[in-house]
Design a protein around this ligand. Structure first.
Ligand SMILES: Nc1nc2c(c(=O)[nH]1)N[C@H]1C(S)=C(S)[C@@H](COP(=O)(O)OP(=O)(O)OC[C@H]3O[C@@H](n4cnc5c(=O)[nH]c(N)nc54)[C@H](O)[C@@H]3O)O[C@H]1N2
Ligand SMILES: Nc1nc2c(c(=O)[nH]1)N[C@H]1C(S)=C(S)[C@@H](COP(=O)(O)OP(=O)(O)OC[C@H]3O[C@@H](n4cnc5c(=O)[nH]c(N)nc54)[C@H](O)[C@@H]3O)O[C@H]1N2
Ligand SMILES: [Mo]
Length: 819
């Protein structure tokens, strides 16, 4: 069946009632396929949810003792015990705390002392007053943009307790601040793709897994690992990608994994493994494109009808414009994959119905803008975009992209009082006086008043004196930790609300203990793409120690600044939640569905299920564009895929040319000017969400001698005389960390893996460049931007060396309460 050939059937009120609500708000009508379904009939306990999925909290004597996965979860997360432990772990922040030097000597005192752990406990009243007064002082002295509230990070889901929106709500009601644009996930891709395919695309739906299982003959996971990266959602996880991978396995679909690591997904599907040198994928794609063209395998009709600019890209591919034909032999030299293999791939991609699934890591690199452009150019040459089972997909690995989208209303959410509802796209919203690209804060702190090119325009970098962070961990997520430490010394004040004593909290001047989602009530949707259910996120236990919700904290600060009523509108927590639900109920009615009254929804023991139509189940990305490229034009200037961009040509950036181009990164495996021998895959961790849960007991399952694991190929270990379980020093000119060695042949020689999110634990916090005792990989990564176009981060650009650590091992102190 061809997708999009029918319109979505309108469900009668009756059939919806029959299909889901009458059946106990449960799963009736929803297929429950996939691996080891949750504990049978798990229920009882208190229904809630988190980034890792829907669960029931079991409570004994006022204490949560188990988070039991919901029976409807096709692949419950093994991280749930860590989620429970995040409530009670030794690393929980207990009381409001202020750094002694700041408290006694005032803002900006002894900035080198940040991170040394010398905190003084204060009362909530005093903490609120200190924060409100400091916001006022900084605004009055330096102007409103001196307050930075970009506050990027993965917080917790929930449409009310969105701490970042709440921070901006408080600041918008009382004045202004500097915000940030973009994110660390897809910083480069989301800026270039609007020029190429007409939208940011990286977070949009893919052709469904169901459609792939029926139509795809060759699935290519290009730096894309759904079985790791779909453990979570930005909202509450549905784990639909696990079911999706199962569908491919059942269908026996041939697959290829192009990745320095033989991933969980590759292992589950027994995929062919091709391991190019990291950061060379653009060259590899060009080699394949050259072979396609050379052998006449490209789809000229598709290029003519659906794209512009191939004629301007071709001279580059053939070498007419720069003297270097991008032949498979040329590409093989760079990427390390033999030329014959590249020709073989060109033939297989073009002769089979092929889906190219690209992850995000390849754009989190120097010149990361090029990879998505190269992929779309390659997919255009193959001519399968918009066909069932073919083309390209940019989120198969993320938040269960490709899990079919249910017919559901959009749940309303708290807004930031700038007139924009931002849940789901918090960091894309425009609020605040000034906005800087999210990963350029360090550059901004070090260069106030200077100008920066960004996406065709110029930004003047503001002077920032106060950074306010909630729901994010910059001392984990930002690159080049030591440069960051230098920049942080420019700040008068750093305020952090968190659940846990992260490195960011430890480097703060004022630290406020926030509640977890499990200590407050909220509401959310299940599945970023699936939108399969609306979930009551019920409070499971009372707040521990003196933790308070970000909502209550900001309401008090707003009140202290004279805007208390504007902040709360006189509504209680449950009033807000009910309001969001009622909004959805009205929208659902417009779609022919009747949701139950709020009380029966809230008191039910099951999430509220929404129906899935056959059309959505079989949905094909870009099918409408393919069917009628005029009526369903893309959002680009020409309405077609732009393989050459006149707009980007006009910007004249030498680090981002107007068509997909192989650009040498500052350092890479085999790079002519690169000094360190090993490429670091700073991937997303399998048993954490970034740094979240690193402070819990779940760490005991993967740490090696108390340190973050470092994977290494047996050949590289042998060459260095290293053994499994050795504590090693991983180092380069930017920094040094300890890690515990894991020797494995699922990683390519020349590459090591140290996942992002390990907590930064400097042996001497006063000394920039100090050894990190636990293993925060961002001591080693580069802080440069992808290019002047996107100014994205390069968390996957790092070369290093590894040696056995000799001498007395420094203790890991970052997981306990500060001194
Ligand atoms: N080298 C390298 N670096 C990377 C990456 C990489 O691949 N390589 N990946 C990048 C990417 S894609 C991302 S998204 C970032 C992630 O970076 P972050 O999103 O900053 O990382 P998290 O560990 O999720 O931090 C979230 C913090 O919010 C806290 N939190 C959770 N809920 C609440 C709440 O309700 N209230 C408050 N106040 N706090 C709360 C958590 O305890 C945690 O400390 O890292 C980036 N950094
Ligand atoms: N379990 C878990 N899941 C997560 C997260 C998490 O922290 N933990 N974080 C979530 C977030 S916020 C995001 S943005 C996404 C991130 O999604 P991605 O950025 O796609 O995830 P990564 O794990 O960094 O990388 C994916 C794969 O790319 C490979 N790779 C690295 N460098 C290269 C290269 O140069 N070439 C090729 N071909 N492959 C390469 C890695 O080995 C890995 O297998 O994940 C999300 N999912
Ligand atoms: Mo991300």
């Amino acid at each position: 069946m061809t997708a999009n050939s029918m319109t979505t059937p309108t469900l009668s009120k009756r059939s919806f009632l029959k299909g889901s609500i009458a059946a106990g708000l449960g799963l009736a009508g929803l297929p429950l396929l996939g691996r080891g379904a949750a504990a049978e009939g798990a229920s009882g306990g208190i229904l809630s949810g988190c980034h890792w999925g829907v669960f029931h909290g079991i409570v004994e004597d006022g204490r949560a003792v188990e988070f039991k996965p919901w029976a409807g979860d096709p692949a419950p997360s093994p991280q749930l015990p860590g989620v429970l432990d995040s409530l009670y772990s030794e690393s929980r922040i207990r009381y409001p705390m202020v750094r002694r030097a700041w408290l006694e000597q005032g803002p900006g005192a002894d900035p080198d002392g940040r991170g040394s752990g010398d905190f003084v406990r204060v009362s909530w009243e005093q903490a609120i007053e200190l924060v409100a007064n400091e916001i006022t002082r900084v605004r009055d002295t330096y102007g409103h943009p001196a307050v930075f509230a970009g506050s990027y990070g993965w917080k917790s889901p929930g449409n009310l307790h969105n701490c970042q929106t709440l921070l901006r709500r408080m600041l918008n009601l009382t004045g202004s601040y500097t915000n940030s644009t973009g994110d660390y996930s897809t910083g480069a891709a989301q800026v270039i793709l609007p020029y190429v395919s007409g939208s940011i695309e990286v977070y949009e739906q893919c052709t469904t897994w169901d459609n792939l299982a029926a139509n795809c003959e060759l699935m290519v996971f290009w730096g894309a690992n759904p079985l790791n990266n779909s453990e979570i959602c930005w909202s509450v996880a549905d784990h639909g990608s696990f079911r999706g991978v199962d569908l491919l396995k059942e269908a026996g679909t041939e697959s290829i994994c192009i990745d320095p690591i033989r991933t969980e997904t590759a292992q589950a599907l027994d995929s062919e493994w091709i391991a190019p040198a990291p950061q060379t994928d653009v060259a590899m794609m060009l080699g394949i494109m050259h072979a396609l063209y050379d052998e006449g395998l490209h789809d000229q009709a598709f290029l003519d009808r659906y794209t512009v600019g191939f004629d301007k890209f071709l001279p580059y591919l053939l070498g007419d414009s720069d003297g270097t034909p991008k032949t498979p032999e040329w590409a093989a030299e760079i990427c390390g994959v033999p030329a014959d293999k590249l020709r073989d791939l060109a033939r297989r991609f073009s002769s089979k119905r092929t889906m190219l699934a690209l992850g995000y890591s390849t754009q989190r690199q120097h010149h990361g803008e090029q990879i998505h452009w190269a992929l779309i150019t390659l997919a255009s040459m193959l001519g399968q975009i918009g066909l069932p089972g073919g083309g390209y997909g940019l989120s198969y690995h993320y938040a269960s992209g490709g899990a079919p989208t249910h017919t559901s209303p959009i749940l309303k959410a708290i807004d930031d009082a700038s007139g924009v509802v931002v849940e789901g796209a918090a960091w894309l919203a425009k609020s605040g006086a000034v906005s800087i690209p999210v990963s350029r804060l360090v550059e901004t702190l070090l260069n106030p008043g200077k100008t920066m090119q960004f996406n065709g325009h110029e930004i003047e970098l503001p002077e920032i004196k106060l950074a306010y962070w909630v729901g994010g961990n910059p001392f984990s997520h930002h690159q080049d930790r030591n440069e960051m430490l230098r920049a942080w010394r420019q700040l008068d004040t750093f305020i952090v609300h968190d659940i846990q004593w992260t490195a960011s909290a430890r480097h703060a001047d004022i630290v406020l203990p926030a509640t977890t989602s499990y200590e407050r009530n909220d509401i959310a949707q299940v599945g970023d793409y699936a939108l399969s259910h609306i979930l009551p996120m019920k409070k499971i236990v009372d707040p521990v120690f003196e933790a308070r919700s970000d909502y209550d904290i900001f309401a008090d600060i707003a009140a202290s600044l004279g805007k208390g009523h504007e902040f709360t509108q006189g509504l209680s927590e449950m009033d807000w939640i009910r309001g969001f639900y009622e909004g959805a109920r009205i929208e659902a009615r417009g779609k022919g569905m009747e949701m139950p009254v709020f009380e029966s929804f809230w008191d039910s023991d099951e999430p509220l299920a929404f129906p899935l139509s056959d059309v959505q189940k079989d949905w094909v990305r870009h099918a409408d564009f393919r069917a009628d490229p005029l009526l369903n034009a893309l959002g680009t200037a020409s309405g077609k895929f732009e393989l050459y961009s006149n707009a980007i040509e006009k910007y004249g950036y030498d680090d981002c040319p107007p068509h997909a181009t192989w650009m040498e990164p500052i350092e890479r495996l085999g790079g002519a000017t690169t000094t360190y021998p090993l490429a670091i895959a700073a991937n997303h961790p399998d048993m954490r969400l970034h740094s979240q849960l690193c402070g819990t007991k779940i760490r005991e399952g993967y740490e090696v001698k108390g340190r973050e694991p470092c994977w290494m190929n047996p050949a590289d270990a042998a060459a260095r005389g290293l053994s499994e379980g050795d504590v090693v020093r991983v180092f380069n000119d930017r920094g040094q960390i300890l890690a515990g060695l894991v020797i494995t042949d699922v990683i390519r020689p020349g590459v090591i893996r140290v996942s992002e999110g390990g907590w930064f634990d400097p042996v001497d916090p006063r000394q920039i460049g100090s050894l990190c005792a636990y293993g925060d990989v961002n001591n080693l990564t580069t802080g440069i931007a992808t290019s002047r176009l996107a100014q994205g981060n390069c968390g996957q650009t790092a070369m290093a060396d590894v040696e056995r650590f000799e001498g007395p091992l420094p203790p890991v102190t970052v997981f306990s309460q500060p001194a």
